[in-house]
Structures are given as C-alpha cells and as structure tokens.
Design a protein around this ligand. Structure first.
Ligand code: NAD
Length: 473
C-alpha cells in the first residue's frame, strides 16, 4: 500500500535539498504516492498573500503527510508567513525537533548531546496580532491559552514516555510575564504530576538557554512556548554541529507536516552546497509517523555510515576529520549507495515500529468566577508628563475613577519619577474599588471621546484574584 503525501519544493535551497531527499526516499523504495504543490515565493509573486493557492488546502487535507522544503517569507506588510498559516490552520500544535551530535565525525563541543525540543506551534507572539498604535509605539500580542498549554505540555510528556526519554524540562519567563508564561509553567507543573515516571524541572528561559548552550547533555526533552522554541532549536541544532542537521515534525490531531528546522538560506541557493540532512531527518520523522519505522531506520543507518565515511557537505566539513567535501546531490547519492549498510562506530538508529497513540487533550470548561473591576484606556498624545497628568488626573465618570497612569508600563502618576522617559502612548487605569458594568465603561468611553483613544482593555478579577499586571510603584 502506498502512502499519499504532499510535497513542496520551496524556495532558495529548497528545490535542491528536496531533490536530494526524494532521491534517497526513492532509492530506499519508500512506498509513497507523491502529489507536488507549488507554494512560497512564486505564489506570493502572483499576489496570493498567504503564499499558497486556496485549492492546495484540499490536497493537504486528503494526504497523510506534508513534506515541505523551506520557503522564503517576503518582507513587508500584507504577506502572511505560510509556515505559520499551515501550522495554525491545520492545528499542528506540536513542533518536535530532535538535535543530536555525531561526534567525532561531525565537529561539536558537545559530543554527548541528544536533546528533543518540543515547541508550541500555534500561539505566543506567532499569533500575528500586531498593531501600530501611535506614531511612536507598535505592539505585538503574546497570546497564551490554557488549552494550548495543555496540548503541548501533555504532548511533551507523552513523547518522552513513548520514546524512552527520562526528563522533561520547561523554559519560560514567568518571573516577568506572570500571566502568559506563568500559565504555561502552571500547566507544566500540573501535568507533570500525572507522569511520575518522568523527571521534570523548570528553568527561567534565559538561564535555561545558557545551560542548554553550555551543557546540552544535561537536557533530554525541553518543552517551551513558540518563540523561545524557535530560537533555541536553531541554537541546539547549530551547537550539535550545524543548523543543517535537524529535522522537524509538526504534529496535530488531523494532520502532520515535516520539514527541516532551517530556512531557505537564499545566499546558498542554486550552488549545490546545502546540507540536505535536516530535510532528510524531517522525512524520516514522517516515515515513522506513517508507521514505516523500519525504512526510517535503514535510511538513518546509511546516513550514519556516510557521515562515518567522511563524506561531508561544506557546513560540517573539517580538514583532517572529513574525507571528501561534496555537494547536495553527491551527498544524497552517497547515502543512496550506502542503503542497507550499518555504521561501524555510531550506535545504529532505532525508530519506534508501531505508531504510538498519545493521550490527547480533552477540551473542558474552565469553571471560574469572573468579575469586571475596571478598564485601562490607551491614549495617543505627544506631550509632557506634567501636561498629560494635569489633563487626566481628575478624569473619570460615575464610579470609575482614575487610579493610575503608566507610560511604557512604568507608573508615572501618582508618585511618578521625573527621570522616566515617556513616549506618545499613555495608559490610564480607571477602577471603582469594587465591580463595575460594561455600561459604566461605555459611558466612560463616551465621556472621554474627545481624547485620542487608541484602545481599551477590560480589567477582571478571576475567583477573587486581580488578573492583570500591576504597574510598579
Ligand atoms: P536560514 O536558516 O535560511 O539560513 C541561515 C544560514 O544558515 C545560511 O546562510 C547558511 O549559512 C546556514 N544554513 C541553513 N540551512 C543550511 C543547510 N541546509 N546547509 C548548510 N547551511 C545551512 O535563515 P535565514 O537566512 O534567517 O532565513 C532565510 C529565509 O528562510 C527567510 O525568508 C525566512 O523567513 C525563511 N525561513 C523559512 C523557514 C521554513 O520554511 N520553515 C524557517 C526559517 C526561516
């Protein structure tokens, strides 16, 4: 039986590395029925802002997996990142990125590194909710949801258990982003209790990142929000030997996409130089996902043998250790020729043979008491602190009274400091001391409508707890 997959050759180095990977899959006799689609630059250039023609979705839905080469996201307004669109539209919430070192054949300072980054794939600053609010200020919303955290954290523990991993580490910045990253940490610590057989730990992301870069052998599986996961998986792949070595699986309940972790490297395009290993490893994760673990093992072993033979692309070539510097095509041919052979020094590859069913997130209502207690108004005004405070300090309407003014998050009234640098966006907090109604907020809006209001944000108490950031005094 053939497995139906969709393939996109992508941009930059994409077509070369995809050709190399398809050559190896074909040489290994992978039972795949391939449907090719065009995505990326050429499609963007036709004026399709998502980088993918609408009819491509049906093909993606009807095939078992999507093998995608990297694409170039055009700079500038209006264009949407195709990668983000595919991940969110198809609900591919888990991005799994194994980063392994292959010492002594591939040079690395970390010979014992074998880390799997499990990156949340749909939320965080990647939600793409951005605004220019005033001439001086832009904002991007960092959106983190409880279901999103539940799905990715559970996936990380299930992945660890299914793959014989011993520890899951979580990196967040919950000391600063107490609500968004704080939610991620809280869910991590809750779910960890259900997996007593797996060790767990939490690090603030800055020191966690430093430790990962310094002693990656101390980590096993790392689960983290989208942006940190993006950055740290590049770091992890690069310190294992090359960013060109790591593959990535984007997994959801209704689909899966496989790719390299790196981008389209336009500077290397068309030169037969790029390392196809990242995309190859993406395709091996795909074979495992399709229940073809034996085949993935066979290809992986021939790759290990090729690396042991010293046949290396430019990014991992080191005089003395490497024997032959080859191009993308020649590397793929060497892996193809080594099929059926095993490495002499590396441990042989081991892939799970049976597709494991993971315990999934079950949606549930979160029972909580929510009370409206006030509102933050954001104003645009290029003025001095004193002038703005003079104008606003007696504002309010009904029970809603001005409680404080902040600029870039720093409290400037009451009790501000003259040194605080202010921009043209001001936040004024109005509260009643108790609860209030939507109607009172609308009346306040109407009362303040002669000012340049940028936006408002309601303030809530959840189960009696104030659930919004307090400005420092
Ligand atoms: P990049 O990952 O494309 O390349 C950075 C550098 O890493 C390259 O110049 C090269 O020196 C090295 N490199 C990357 N892949 C390699 C390989 N296979 N073999 C050898 N060396 C390799 O990062 P970038 O330059 O920041 O991004 C280029 C474009 O790729 C951007 O348009 C970006 O949006 C896009 N991108 C796409 C994806 C994706 O499709 N999943 C992911 C990341 C970036």
């Amino acid at each position: 039986m053939k497995h139906s997959i969709t393939v996109a050759r992508g941009d930059g180095i994409g077509p070369e590395i995809m050709e190399a990977v398809l050559h190896i899959l074909n040489a290994a006799g992978a039972p795949l029925e391939i449907h090719e689609v065009e995505i990326g630059e050429k499609v963007y250039n036709r004026g399709i802002m998502s980088g993918m023609a609408p009819e491509t979705w049906d093909l993606l839905r009807s095939s078992e997996a999507f093998l995608k080469a990297p694409i170039t996201t055009p700079q500038g307004g209006g264009f949407k990142s195709l990668n983000v669109t595919v991940r969110t539209t198809l609900g591919l919430y888990a991005n799994v990125r194994p980063c392994v070192s292959y010492s002594p054949f591939i040079k690395t300072k970390h010979p014992d590194m074998n880390v799997v980054i499990v990156r949340e794939n749909e939320e965080d600053l990647y939600a793409g909710i951005e605004y220019r609010q005033s001439p001086e200020v832009c904002t991007s919303i960092k959106l983190i949801s409880e279901p999103g955290c539940q799905k990715i954290v559970r996936y990380a523990f299930e992945y660890a258990r299914a793959n014989g991993r011993k520890k899951v580490s979580c990196f967040t910045k919950d000391n600063i982003m107490k609500f968004s990253d704080g939610l991620f940490t809280r869910v991590f610590l809750d779910i960890a209790k259900e997996y007593p057989d797996i060790e767990h730990e939490h690090w603030i992301v800055d020191i966690g990142a430093a430790k990962l870069a310094d002693t990656p052998e101390n980590f096993d599986v790392i689960v983290l929000p989208n942006l940190y996961g993006d950055i740290l998986s590049d770091v992890a792949a690069q310190i294992s030997g090359s960013v060109g070595l790591a593959g990535s699986a984007n997994i959801g309940d209704h689909g899966a996409m496989f790719e390299a972790i790196h981008g389209s490297a336009p500077r290397r395009a068309g030169q037969n130089m790029a390392n196809p290993s990242g995309l190859l490893f993406g395709s091996l994760l795909m074979l495992q996902h399709l229940g073809l673990g034996d085949l993935a093992e066979n290809i992986h072993n021939s790759w290990l043998k090729t690396i042991e033979d010293g046949i290396h692309t430019y990014d991992i070539f080191v005089e003395g250790t490497s024997k032959e510097k080859v191009g993308t095509k020649e590397f793929a041919e060497a892996v193809g020729k080594n099929l059926g052979q095993k490495p002499a020094q590396f441990k042989c590859a081991a892939y799970t043979k049976k597709v494991k069913e993971f315990k999934k997130y079950v949606p549930k209502m979160i029972e909580t008491k929510r009370e409206l207690v006030g509102v933050d108004f954001y104003f645009c005004e290029k003025t001095s602190l004193n002038d703005f405070v003079d104008k606003m300090k007696n504002e309010g309407h009904g029970n809603l009274k001005l409680q404080m003014i902040t600029n870039r998050g720093a409290k400037v009234y009451p009790g501000g400091q003259p040194e605080t640098f202010c921009v043209d966006q001001w936040r004024c907090r109005f509260t009643t001391g108790g609860t209030c109604t939507q109607k009172e907020i609308c009346e306040l809006y109407s009362h303040l409508s002669h000012y340049d209001i940028i936006k408002t944000e309601n303030l809530y108490r959840f189960d009696g707890l104030l659930s919004y950031s307090q400005a420092e005094s």
